[in-house]
Design a binder for this molecule. Sequence first.
Ligand SMILES: *[C@@H]1O[C@H](CO)[C@@H](O)[C@H](O)[C@H]1NC(C)=O
Length: 192
Amino acid sequence: MKNFLFTVLLAGVNLVLGLADGEDFLCVQGTNSSAAPTPCLDSARSCYGPKFTEHIGLASRVDFGCGRCEPGLHFECEECQESGCNQPQDLGETFSCYNYKVAGGAVTRHPTLQTCFRSSHAGIICNMPSSSTDYRSTSGCGPCGEQAKQSGSCIECYSDSCNIIQTPEDRFRSQRRAKRSAVDCSAICPYR
Ligand SMILES: *[C@@H]1O[C@H](CO)[C@@H](O)[C@H](O)[C@H]1NC(C)=O
């Protein structure tokens, strides 16, 4: 009897919410962005997921689930109200860019390439510093900020891994390499 009453009550709630009896509210849940939406256990009527930034990708600190974003994560988390609505959009092919940091008048490049994610309709864009001041991009993926582009402190390029520039470190390294090979030669080249 108790169960019967509960079922009747649940049916009533579902009617009020505009869902047919037994129709589940679905969300992608967990950390796998390609997983299919699955039924929510509680009475959630919203889904949440990581925000997608064009050319960069999904926010890394947010997973997928039923209900609402954690209050502290609103810059990185997104909510929606339809069943199954937090499925990530179709992505285009990934591409790569170098990351740079400009601090204390020095330009340094991160030793590894960054993978960049774009939606299927977006092109490839990388950005890089054009001088050793005022570059503030936190990623080499995507466009320069509007201001940085206008001031000329940042420049863009439009193909895979295109944003490679010679840093002072590179010049130092290639000079050292040249010097070392000169030394090697004097040791093995008796005619010099
Ligand atoms: C993520 O979900 C897809 C689709 O169900 C599946 O093919 C894939 O193996 C999953 N990946 C991981 C890491 O579980």
